[in-house]
Design a protein around this ligand. Sequence first.
Ligand SMILES: *[C@@H]1O[C@H](CO)[C@@H](O)[C@H](O)[C@H]1NC(C)=O
Ligand SMILES: *[C@@H]1O[C@H](CO)[C@@H](O)[C@H](O)[C@H]1NC(C)=O
Ligand SMILES: *[C@@H]1O[C@H](CO)[C@@H](O)[C@H](O)[C@H]1NC(C)=O
Length: 467
Amino acid sequence: MRLKNKSRNLTTIRCYPGRRCSFSVLLWSIVGCLVLLNLYCFIFEKDAPHGGAHLRINQHQHFRELEEVEEDNIQMPPPRKRSARAVKRKPKRPTTLIEEFLDEASQLRHVFFPGLRTAIDPCRSSGNDTYYYYPGRMWLDTEGNPIQAHGGGILHDQRTKMYYWYGEYKDGPTYHAHKKGAARVDVIGVGCYSSKDLWTWKNEGIVLAAEEHNETHDLYKLNVLERPKVIYNEKTGKYVMWMHIDDTNYTKALTGVAISDLPTGPFNYLYSKRPHGYESRDMTLFKDDDGVAYLVYSSEDNSELHIGPLNEEYMDVTQSMRRILVGQHREAPALFKHEGTYYMITSGCTGWAPNEALAHAAESIMGPWETIGNPCIGGNKVFRETTFFAQSTFVLPLPELHGSFIFMADRWNPADLKDSRYVWLPLRVSGPVDHPLEYNFGFPLWSRVSVYWHKRWRLPYRWQEIN
Ligand SMILES: *[C@@H]1O[C@H](CO)[C@@H](O)[C@H](O)[C@H]1NC(C)=O
Ligand SMILES: *[C@@H]1O[C@H](CO)[C@@H](O)[C@H](O)[C@H]1NC(C)=O
Ligand SMILES: *[C@@H]1O[C@H](CO)[C@@H](O)[C@H](O)[C@H]1NC(C)=O
C-alpha cells in the first residue's frame, strides 16, 4: 500500500552520532509527516478527477450516491396480546428485532421476507425498476421462479463472457432430522444460473445432483452439501467445484470436489476429504491474479480458519497451510483482493441466526490477517450488527468499476429454507479504517471495507462498457 511504503522510507531516517537527538522528537516528526500524508492521500482520493471519459465521471457520481448512508427505522410492533395463562407460564421479556426476525409469526415478517407481489422480476419489470436490486425481496429467474442459489458464489467466465451463479438448490421442504438437529432441506444439488448483466438470471439447471438411493455416497440426499464455489483452471480447461460435504449432524466436516468441461455442467463428482487432515465446514475458494487458487475453511470446531493453496489442477490441496483468525470463531468466509491487499469478510457462528460481520485484511494471503472491524454502514444499529439480517457468502469484483464489488449474503429463513433471500449490496474499499492498529502509530495500514445498506440500488448505467 502506498501509505505504508512511504512510512517505511520515513522510518529509515538516521540519527547522526554526536548530535543530540531525542527519540520522541523524531517520533513526533514522523507522526506529523504521516498526518500530512494521510490528509493528502485522503483529499487526493476524494477529489481527484477520474479520467476524462464522461462515463467515468458518471460512474464516480453514481458511487457517491451509493455511498450515501441510508437509514432504515423499523418500528417494533406493539406488544402482542398474551393470555393470563401464557403470562404466568413465561414472564414477559423484551422482544428484540432479532427475535422478531426469527419468529415466523412476527408482525414484521413482511419487512424481512416481503411477499411474491414485490418480487424482482427482470422479465416483467417496468422501465423504472430495471436493474434495481432490492435486498431481501424475492428474486425471480427468467422463467418466473425464485432463484435457488443459496450460499453461492459467482464465476465470471472469460470464454463465454457470462456470469455463472452457483449455489445450493433448496427447493424442498424444511424439517428437523431429530429434536436437536438444525433445520434442513434434503440435498437436491447445486443450482446454476447464467447472466450477462448480473440482474437477469437464466436457470441452467442442477449441475451437480444429489444421490437419491446410494446411502454411502457423499451426495446422498440425507447428507449436507453447502457453499459450492466454482473456478476455472486454464491449464486443464476444467471448471472445478469445491463444496462443504457433511452428514446430517455435521460430524464429518469434509470438502468435496467435482469437475466439468462446461460452466453449465454436468459436474462429475470426484471425492471428498478433510483438507490437510483437518475438519472443514464453511469454505470458499479464491483464485489469485497469478492463477494460484486457495481454499479457506472453518476448522477446529469452527474456532479458526485455515488457508492453503490448491495444486496446479485445483483438484486437491497442497501440504502448505496456515491457521488464521485463531480463536476468533468465524465462518462464511468471502475473500477478495484490491490493489495488492487481500480482504476477507466473515460472520460469527450462530447457526441460521444473523450476527455481526467482520472484515479482515492481509498483505500476504497466507497471513498474518488483521481484523479491521464491521464493514456494514447504514440501515440502523440492528441492521449493522446483523449484517442486514444476512450472512456473507461471496464478494464479486467488478474490475470495470475500480474499488467496487458486490457483497453477496444470504438472509436465511430457518422456518422455510427454500424461501431464504439474497442480500446484495455495494462494497467499496476506500478511506481509513475505524479502529487503527496500535503498532502502526495509530495510522491506518489498510483501507476501510464498507458495505452500504440500500433498500434499492443499481450499478452505474452501462457499467460494463466502462474501460
Ligand atoms: C416511473 O417514474 C416516474 C418518475 O418518478 C413516475 O412518474 C412514473 O409513474 C414511474 N412509472 C412506473 C411505471 O412506475
Ligand atoms: C455408492 O457410492 C459409493 C461411494 O461413492 C460407491 O463406491 C458405490 O459403488 C455406489 N454404489 C452404487 C450401487 O452405485
Ligand atoms: C445424529 O444425531 C442424532 C442424535 O444425536 C442421532 O439419533 C442420529 O443417528 C445421528 N445421525 C447421523 C447420521 O449420524
